[in-house]
Write a protein that binds this ligand. Structure first.
Ligand code: G4P
Length: 525
């Protein structure tokens, strides 16, 4: 059936990494392979530049530009590939977390010299929570770095996932000679001077002496030893284990030199999952259901005050979306029609007539959407799995202009719906607290309140370590906790209980003294 075939062809994924590991470079090389772009640098120019970290206006401007490349689609060997871009800047980590709710798999890029870094760890934790299949690309093999075996141990330990190398490096840095493909038993030689990567050379097995003539006797002996060890230590690659997120295949290469990229892409299209079922509060939805449904995972607002419109990014979870057809907005209980839904193909945006499960579409919005909203053909269901994460930076937010009280509230409300930050109301003194994952958001909020809503806000410092959600079946203990901690309690926007821990110690004590209370660091539990 054509409809099923369309969905089966789709591979929707994200590339994640700690800044500077090579995500942009790899994305670009994949797009070049897919023919979606023709010149290197096209993606790079949309990247938030390091130099701009203290200049959030510049960042917003660049974020504005990057809307066009938020989703990059291309066709490759009868697959329709959607790469979802994730902001590398750590202050926008929450955006990235949410984007991860819309993908079916990820590629994690690791710098061979740096190993697992903070952002890699945080982002893969989110993938682990959702059982998202992971492929690992160890990048920058043209530079000296950690021993591959040590690195694999580090990945297993720090990312809590078993690994299985599918290619193996021959040397590294100055001595990097190429990679051996453990699956196809083939060799690809590295030469930084060559613009074109030479084709792989196949062998009957690793003992073939012809290997020596390509890489030299010593390197060949080391390769044999290492491959033997790999085969002995790591289990055979099992596609089901990968798709269950129990094992991550590992590739080595150098994105900069386009080396090892073909290997990862060719394996990716073979093994990466097509759109998988999604959970709603009511039931699990198969992508192959005929009726359309989807959810909003990201909202991008323009900084241009003359155009208050926003783009809501919708992940299609089932069926086929059609332009100008009536769909049901579950939260608002109303029918909506979209006359210019947009698809994103690298470098250009275009109006789509149809889109299928696995695809991402952009819907122009004048304030109807919130992150997490579900669209259906009439069914009452709510997609789940788009948690908010415990913020780590806090400030009281106050009205700076008594005449603009309404504007301020409206602005805060809408910015929170967009997921810019989280709002808590202290139950004791009624004061409003903004919680974010990055310092930059405070500036973004202040600027946008002023320019988009004509409101002025003032911040006041508040000393907090973490805000976490809590719940318990033990009502007596819950009541006791609330009585004793009454000054440190707040409600989030959905009126759920939140504990404002002022230090790691305070949180630890609360956990110890109230063992029947569960403290949660994401809003979905
Ligand atoms: P990111 O998106 O993960 O933040 O990383 P990005 O691709 O921008 O790469 C960060 C830096 O690492 C870039 O250098 C890039 O050229 C370099 N790089 C990426 N892959 C490789 C690789 O395989 N080998 C080597 N040696 N370098 C690599 P930059 O100097 O920061 O930027 P640029 O001036 O080169 O653009």
């Amino acid at each position: 059936m054509a409809f099923e075939k369309e969905i089966k062809q789709r591979r929707t994924f994200a590339i994640i990494s700690h800044p500077d590991a090579g995500k942009t470079t790899l994305t670009e090389k994949l797009l070049l392979f897919g023919g979606a772009i023709h010149t290197a640098g096209a993606v790079k120019s949309n990247k938030i530049k390091k130099t701009a970290t203290s200049d959030f206006m510049e960042i917003e401007k660049q974020r504005g530009i990057s809307v066009a490349t938020s989703v990059m689609g291309f066709d490759y060997k009868q697959r329709k590939i959607n790469i979802l871009d994730t902001p590398g800047h750590k202050d926008f980590a929450e955006d990235t977390y949410r984007t991860l709710t819309a993908v079916d798999s990820v590629i994690v890029v690791i710098d061979v010299a740096k190993g697992i870094e903070e952002q890699t760890k945080k982002l893969t934790e989110v993938c682990r929570m959702r059982n998202t299949p992971i492929i690992v690309f160890i990048n920058k093999m043209d530079r000296d770095g950690k021993d591959p075996f040590e690195l694999l141990d580090e990945i297993e330990e720090m990312l809590s996932i078993k690994v299985r190398p599918l290619t193996w490096p021959i040397g590294m840095g100055y001595n990097f000679q190429g990679i051996y493909n453990l699956f196809f038993k083939s060799l690809r030689l590295f030469n930084p001077e060559h613009e074109k990567i030479p084709p792989a050379i196949s062998f009957s097995n690793i003992l073939d002496t012809e290997i020596d003539s390509h890489i030299g006797e010593t390197a060949a002996a080391t390769l044999r030893e290492e491959v033997e060890l790999v085969e002995a230590v790591y289990p055979e690659f099992d596609i089901d284990l990968y798709r269950n997120a129990e094992i991550a295949p590992v590739f080595f290469g150098s994105a900069l030199y386009n080396f090892g990229v073909q290997e990862i892409l060719d394996t990716f299209i073979e093994i990466a999952p097509s759109p998988s079922p999604s959970k709603t509060l009511e039931r699990t939805v198969s992508p192959y259901e005929e009726k359309f449904s989807g959810f909003v995972f990201k909202i991008h607002a323009n900084m241009d005050p003359n155009h208050r419109d926003r783009i809501a990014f919708v992940k299609i979870c089932s069926g086929r979306f059609e332009r100008n057809k009536n769909y049901y907005h579950v939260r608002l209980k109303k029918q909506m029609k979209f006359s210019n839904p947009t698809s994103f193909i690298a470098e250009k945006k275009e109006i789509v007539e149809y889109a299928y499960a696995g695809d991402i579409i952009g819907l122009y919005d004048s304030g109807n959407f919130k992150i997490g909203d579900t669209l259906t053909e009439g069914e009452q269901m709510h997609y789940t799995g788009i948690p908010s994460f415990s913020p780590e930076m806090f400030r009281y937010i106050e009205n700076g202009d008594p005449m603009k009280f309404k504007q301020l509230n409206k602005g805060i409300d809408q910015l929170m719906d967009e997921g810019v930050a989280q709002l808590f109301t202290n139950e004791f003194n009624g004061r409003k607290i903004i919680g974010t994952v990055g310092a930059l958001q405070f500036e973004v909020i202040e600027y946008r309140l002023k320019h988009e809503y004509g409101a002025t806000c003032k911040y006041e410092p508040i000393h907090l370590y973490k805000a976490c959600w809590f719940a318990s079946k033990n009502k007596a203990q819950l009541d006791d906790f609330k009585k004793r901690k009454y000054q440190d309690l707040a409600k989030d926007k959905q009126k759920r209980d939140v504990f404002l821990a002022e230090s790691a110690f305070a949180l630890e004590m609360a956990q110890q003294n109230f063992p029947d209370i569960q403290f949660y660091f994401t809003s979905e539990f």
